[in-house]
Ligand binder design. Structure first.
Ligand SMILES: C[S@@+](CC[C@H](N)C(=O)[O-])C[C@H]1O[C@@H](n2cnc3c(N)ncnc32)[C@H](O)[C@@H]1O
Length: 274
């Protein structure tokens, strides 16, 4: 108790006020994720993308069929967080919304879109394990996901196709960006390879991009049966289902994402891309 009083004396009023201001950020720390998820679910980034001029609040509300007052609060929050910006519109009194580099990442079909990753991580299934974090730290639980759902994430996905799709779509977002960087930054890693296996390749997005850029490569997309059974057909890529702890299909080279090391049959010839 005496120590508490002593500590309080050494902390200035300004520091206490700053801490009291800061704590609110943590109390409502979930709001950016919730509001970004809301914007994606409403399709706002796609509407802004397809509108030829900056779209006004009234136009956006009319497209969504919602009230301007609630929508205004959502848009104000997003703009404060550098997601969308306001630009003058010549024939109206108010401004209109346009994209920023950040809001462009939230469209549904952009090549660098991260919208599906937001939808995965903000899903109730993926948020539930965070409520088990303290038990995990104390060693009372094997894994936070297991504590929340009673099985590991891959078994859960196998039994829940909707969640499996969320995972596969989210992984494809990351694959598009990561593989693009590898192909641009170190294309030499694929020279001389006729076959490449992606271990845990998800829906095959990574291999599809590699085969498109390096047409001499044939890809084997290896993943759990419930994942490859719903993967789209792709020229130059064969989907193979199985468990990597049992076997991995033979190929000239194998990789696991993150794609920074390509392991060839000859260990002395590891093609590295750091
Ligand atoms: C984090 S995801 C990465 C997906 C992809 N490589 C990417 O980066 O976009 C891990 C992948 O490994 C797969 N996986 C998990 N356990 C596996 C196993 N035992 N055998 C084969 N694939 C497995 C999952 O289904 C999932 O697609």
């Amino acid at each position: 108790m005496e120590k508490d009083i002593e500590d309080e004396k050494t902390i200035s009023k300004e520091e206490t006020a700053a801490a009291e201001h800061e704590i609110w950020k943590h109390i409502f720390g979930f709001t950016p994720m919730a509001v970004i998820k809301c914007a994606i679910e409403l399709g706002i980034p796609d509407i802004v993308e397809t509108h030829e001029t900056p779209i006004t609040l009234t136009e956006l509300a009319s497209k969504l069929g919602c009230s301007t007052s609630l929508l205004h609060r959502i848009m104000r929050f997003l703009i404060q967080n550098k997601i969308f910006q306001e630009k003058p519109v010549s024939d109206t009194s108010g401004p209109g919304y346009t994209h920023t580099p950040l809001s462009r990442l939230l469209t549904t079909h952009g090549t660098r879109s991260m919208a599906d990753f937001v939808l995965l991580e903000s899903s109730p299934v993926m948020l539930a394990p965070w409520h088990k974090l303290s038990a995990r730290v104390l060693g009372k639980e094997g894994s936070a996901f297991g504590a929340a759902h009673g099985e590991d994430v891959w078994a859960f996905a196998a039994a829940n196709p909707g969640h499996s799709k969320l995972i596969n779509d989210a992984m494809a977002c990351d694959a598009r960006v990561a593989v693009g960087a590898v192909i641009e930054g170190c294309p030499e890693v694929f020279q001389g390879l006729k076959t490449v296996v992606d271990v845990g390749g998800g829906d095959g997005t990574a291999l599809r991009l590699i085969v498109e850029a390096c047409p001499w490569v044939r890809g084997i997309n290896f993943d759990l049966p419930h994942v490859v059974s719903v993967a789209s057909e792709c020229t130059g890529v064969a989907h193979v289902g199985g468990d990597m702890f049992d076997h991995i299909p033979k190929a000239d080279a194998a990789y696991l994402m993150p794609l920074n090391n390509i392991y060839t049959n000859d260990p002395s010839t590891i093609n590295s891309c750091q």
